[in-house]
Design a protein around this ligand. Sequence first.
Ligand SMILES: [Zn+2]
Length: 284
Amino acid sequence: MTEQRGIRARFSTAPQWVAVSAAVVVVVVAAVTTALVAPGPQSGSAQAATPVVPGGQPATSASTEGQPGSSGKPPARTAKPPVVPDSIVHATEAAGPAVNITIDDGPDPVWTPKVLQVLRQHHVHATFCMIGPQAAAHPDIVRQVVAEGHRLCDHTVHHDTTMDHKPFAYQKSEIMNALQMIETASGGARVYYYRAPGGAFTPASRALAAQNGMRPLGWNVDTKDFDRPGVAAIVNTVKSEIHNGPTILFHDGGGQRAQTVAALDQTLTWLKGQGYAFSFPKVN
Ligand SMILES: [Zn+2]
């Protein structure tokens, strides 16, 4: 029976009217059900231009978070991390002579694996300050960083070194969106630190980071490796400035980082020879 004929029949006899009404109800219910169910998994992607979708629905995506590659880690944001101090940290967790190796602006598909290889050869753990969209684009590298014992740090979405002069709402989106991207890419690993690009912290952005479990992270020695001054110059900067404090800044993103890879290797050898241990920045 076609729909036309059904509608005509509706006016002929009572039983047919009931039957057609029931059919209409079924169709309406089916349509509503479809409307409710179908957009569900896609609603997250509509909200975000960047691949933050899986982390946007942690409450209902426990099964997807548990898929291969997540190493059985809990889904992102099931438990909010503890609030940490909002002052900028430079100190090491380890007592005694120790340094914090920090690696910024990645992950990068070419250079991060090379940096990881150097760290692995020296049995050194480092802190990786990642840019959100790059983490989202290379979740395999983010997971490798975590699996090899390194810690994650939020280095915002757009690496805007003037963000401290912009409205708090903008700073918040830069920090929180990157946090979600990094957490999602990592499969739910904790992001321990927030490092403002170029040190563009504000009291409000530090407080926001701290409320979300991320200790604001500074640095004491800028190796200037970003400018590619030569391997010897990078190593010499560490040697001459390590008295400033224990947190040393290198880069695995933002360009060709062959000098960084070679300089990191030599720097780690020199630091060990000087009796330094390798630590993480203090969180609490
Ligand atoms: Zn940076």
